[in-house]
Design a protein around this ligand. Sequence first.
Ligand SMILES: CC(C)(COP(=O)(O)OP(=O)(O)OC[C@H]1O[C@@H](n2cnc3c(N)ncnc32)[C@H](O)[C@@H]1OP(=O)(O)O)[C@@H](O)C(=O)NCCC(=O)NCCS
Length: 142
Amino acid sequence: MIRSPLNDSEWEAYFNLRFELLRAPWNQPKGSEQTIDEKVHKHFAYFNLKNEIIGVGRLDKIDEYTSQIRFMATLKTQQRQGIGSALINKIELSAKQDGSNQIFLHARENALDFYLKLGYKTDSMSYILFDRIQHYLMIKSI
Ligand SMILES: CC(C)(COP(=O)(O)OP(=O)(O)OC[C@H]1O[C@@H](n2cnc3c(N)ncnc32)[C@H](O)[C@@H]1OP(=O)(O)O)[C@@H](O)C(=O)NCCC(=O)NCCS
């Protein structure tokens, strides 16, 4: 099931997965996985049958017709089983319902194939995170 976290322990698990996948391997401090405006955005957590969160993603509304996907991550042991794709499908549906007809994201180099398979097109190189992780701007019409 994919839905937003609802209570304190679900939010903790949600941000923890983000931290473990996207921050801890680069020795970033706890808290760096969150932005100051989390409450403004839409959150998507993939719950397994034991009600554990094993995949996450965030949707930001940028303007009337544009949304951005951020902080996508699937628990390492559960990758390549369609969880990330299921999250993206749900996120795209939500973006459409919010009136967007375009989604962009900044993909880490390791995730390029994942987004390409889901129909995102590489636009250009964007920023480098933690002096190491090259990102690419990718765009999809929805
Ligand atoms: C990117 C990520 C979210 C994908 O999640 P996932 O649950 O494994 O994705 P899916 O199982 O839905 O993969 C769908 C397709 O994407 C492609 N893909 C996914 N991971 C891939 C990888 N490591 N290498 C090559 N292709 C990959 C494959 O084509 C895959 O289909 P297949 O398994 O049938 O070949 C996950 O690998 C992850 O959390 N990575 C670490 C964190 C990260 O880099 N996040 C992205 C930040 S921009």
